[in-house]
Design a protein around this ligand. Structure first.
Ligand code: HEC
Length: 275
């Protein structure tokens, strides 16, 4: 009798698992942008005095299970990055389904009119113009988060600056080149209207200390959240399966625990007669 109950219970649980898994991400979408609260960066920005800006210690602290943040990151990407960068391994439709974006929202806000949902996310910038304007083609960003790491992307998007002596060039503290020291980058500071234009302050030995910034459209903490959401989205794009994998993982572990318990009960039942 016990045996049969346990077996039925096992079946019910195994059946319930996938259903519950589907509802989990939807629930996660509810706490809106609140979860994208600024964490890092704030401390560093506060040291307006002579203290050195510890930008190398900044962490993205993004969370790919935060669907609201991923949706915001997708909007940021479509508004500020896709003019130059493609995501050539990601289709609009896959992005919409993973991030719980409706077809109307997708077509009205995130997709060019002429594109179809099954298309890959491409840029309208062609290679020839890119080279003429920027000196090189902007790289595809599909795998950039894996190649460089999310913390690098976060630092990269927060450390664009201009040198007063060479106002036309765009500099970046984090950008990794062979030169390794404050290098120019072919990407213009496309987010400077949000963040403000940063200029560096150096000490007597011409070592970088901190930035001074003109006011941007966003407060520093808002800008940090903007960058974090954008990086979060690129993290998701670089490994779309991670969003599902995590929830499947939790259910797998739960199932194994329940199954162990069932096996134990079964063993008790069998050995009862032997003893
Ligand atoms: C006006 C065109 C343009 C826009 C808009 C633009 N980029 Fe770029 N981006 C470039 C170019 C050009 C490069 C190549 C830089 C180089 O190698 O010097 C680049 C390089 C990059 C890199 C690679 C950095 C590295 O370490 O190699 C990342 C990451 C990046 N962009 C992210 C973004 C994000 C995120 C956005 C949107 C917020 C964005 N870009 C918007 C032109 C652009």
């Amino acid at each position: 009798m016990t045996k049969r109950c346990v077996f039925v219970l096992g079946l019910v649980l195994a059946g319930a698992a996938p259903a519950a898994e589907q509802t989990a991400p939807a629930a996660a979408a509810a706490p809106a942008a609140a979860a994208a609260t600024p964490v890092a960066g704030g401390k560093a920005e506060a040291n307006a005095g002579g203290e050195r800006l510890e930008w190398e210690a900044w962490r993205a602290q993004n969370d790919t299970s935060n669907v609201a943040s991923l949706q915001q990151g997708a909007r940021n990407f479509m508004n500020y990055c896709v003019t130059c960068h493609s995501l050539k391994y990601m289709r609009y439709s896959r992005m919409a389904s993973d991030l719980h974006i409706s077809t109307e929202q997708l077509q009205q806000n995130l997709m060019p009119i002429e594109a179809r949902p099954s298309d890959y996310i491409t840029t309208s910038l062609n290679a020839k113009d890119a080279v003429a304007w920027f000196g090189k083609e902007p790289p595809d960003l599909s795998l950039m988060a894996r190649a460089r790491g999310v913390d690098y992307l976060y630092r990269f998007l927060k450390t664009f600056y201009t040198e007063p002596g060479n106002a036309a060039a765009s500099y970046n503290l984090a950008f990794e080149t062979e030169a390794k020291v404050h290098a120019t980058v072919a990407m213009p500071a496309v987010l400077s209207d949000l963040s403000g234009v940063q200029t560096p302050v150096y000490d007597d030995k011409h070592e970088f200390v901190r930035f001074e910034s003109t006011p941007g459209r966003m407060k520093p903490a808002e800008y940090d959240a903007f960058v974090r959401d954008t990086v979060n989205f690129l993290d998701y794009v670089s490994e779309p399966a991670q969003v599902d994998r995590r929830s499947i993982g939790i259910w797998t572990v739960l199932f194994l625990l329940v199954f162990t318990w069932i096996a134990y009960l079964l063993k008790q039942e069998y050995w009862k007669d032997v003893h």
